[in-house]
Design a protein. Sequence first.
Lengths: 112, 107
Amino acid sequence: KAGVTQTPRYLIKTRGQQVTLSCSPISGHRSVSWYQQTPGQGLQFLFEYFSETQRNKGNFPGRFSGRQFSNSRSEMNVSTLELGDSALYLCASAMESRDTQYFGPGTRLTVL
Amino acid sequence: KNEVEQSPQNLTAQEGEFITINCSYSVGISALHWLQQHPGGGIVSLFMLSSGKKKHGRLIATINIQEKHSSLHITASHPRDSAVYICAVRTGNQFYFGTGTSLTVIP
C-alpha cells in the first residue's frame, strides 16, 4: 500500500498570500489529521477530519482551515500568511479516529 | 503550563546501552502515543497505548494511568535508534505533544 503523500513538499510564499496544502491518505483510511511543527512550539494539533466532517480543531486562528473530500483526500488552507506560519505541516491518516496514525513526509512552508 | 512533559531533553548513549525516556502528562487521556522522528522530518508512530505495556522488538512502552506517566525503553540501543522521540496524548478532542527527547547513540 502506498503511504501518506503530501504535496507540495516545499513551498515559499510571502506575507499576506494564501496557501493550500494537500494530503492523500493511505487507501481505506477515513481519518486525516493535520499538525504544525516549528522549532519554537514543537508539534501542535491543527484539526482532524473524518468522513468529510471536521471532528476536532486545535487552538489556531480562523486563518487556518481545512476540508476533506469524499475520497478522504484532505486540503488545508492558510490565508493572509504571517512570518510565524513558517513551519513543517504534517498530515497523518488512520482507519478510524482512534487508530494508529501514519504520517506523511510533510510540507515545509517558508513565509518571507 | 505544558500538558505533556518529557525528560530528558537530550540523551547520548553508547551502543548497547539500555535507554529510558519519560513522559508525564496533566490531562485526562484516551490514549498516549510514542512517536519517532528522524532528521528530515519523517514521523513514525511507535506505540499507542491506554494501559499496561507494549513491546515491539527492542522497544517497550509502559503507562501508569493513575500516576499519569509513561516510559519508553530501548534495549540494546543501536546508532540507527538516533532520532527524536516524542510523547503525545489524546484527550477527547485534542492532541498535546511533548517537546521531544533527542537521542544520539554512539557506536
